[in-house]
Design a protein around this ligand. Sequence first.
Ligand code: KG4
Ligand code: ZN
Length: 341
Amino acid sequence: MLILGIETSCDETAAALVHDDGRVLCSVVSSQVDLHRPMGGVVPEIASREHLRLILPVIREALSGASVKLGDVDGIAVTRGPGLVGALLVGVQTAKSLAWALGRPVVGVHHLVGHMNAPFLIDGDAEPISHPFVALVASGGHTSLFEVASRDSIRTLGRTRDDAAGEALDKGAKLLGLGYPGGPAIERVASSYDGPPAEPFPRGLRAKRELDFSFSGLKTALADRVRREGDLDDASRAAICRAYEEAIVDSLVTKSLEACRVTGLTRLVVSGGVAANARLRSEMIRRASGRGIDVHVPPARYCTDNAAMIALAGAPALESGRSEAFDLAAAPYLPVPEQIS
Ligand code: KG4
Ligand code: ZN
């Protein structure tokens, strides 16, 4: 089955052609980050308009990169939520229109279920893994832990009660005058620091068995420290970045390993934009190896938002003959389904 995936939940306009066995024929992602940078974050209305401008060219580019025609597509999978409602609408309406015009089935996919399918994509350096595993999805909009027992069965183990990890990095960078997006900026400045350790930042919800995350107190602690220290020179800004990054990484690693302990699983998948962070990857691997846990991080292009993971996540429903056709609606607040197909 050849599946066209479409993703427009935030600020990436993406389309991909993927076989239901996970082989990626072509994945195109057009990022709007340069457009939103001057505003210091994603502006929903601008994102929607840009999706509208780009969605058809991006789909055309994916078809031509895969050397297939629209008529070769057997089914369409589109992100229906969660995300920005105006942004989601562009993808959902495009998917429904194409499905109607082609006479092919269309299914809606939960964005986070998409992220959990990233490790099964087959493409060059990507090494597909098998179930079961614990998944940490950490991005600008989400920070959650899941037990992924099989392709059809997912259990939420923990989630952030306030900010997502990426959001804490983006807002932290703004407080430090480092620009948007904040994750790469904080990482760059933190890695330039080689002085003595700075005063550590607090870890939210640090009780041993707690699998939920909290990053808003950390952000407040950063705001207090910036206010207290006044004008920051480069060295003290770098020291603060290092300690701030360490606090976020420590929370993500500690809770992911606790999730493995609670479930008894020995495979851990790390996904979402924050997985691009080198300290997170190295700390996760270092601390997991002592406990016999294998850490798997999909290639960066499949960790961040893309449509290949959405296409594959739609495969079980399409294979079972489902089509949501005109019932399919954008759902900005969508809980993770426990059973997928
Ligand atoms: O998954 P993603 O591309 O988009 C969504 O939010 O859905 O994730 C973007 C987030 C941003 O908050 C960004 O600051 C963060 O991922 N990020 C990073 C790094 N690269 C991107 N965080 C830490 N270190 C990085 N190298
Ligand atoms: Zn995402």
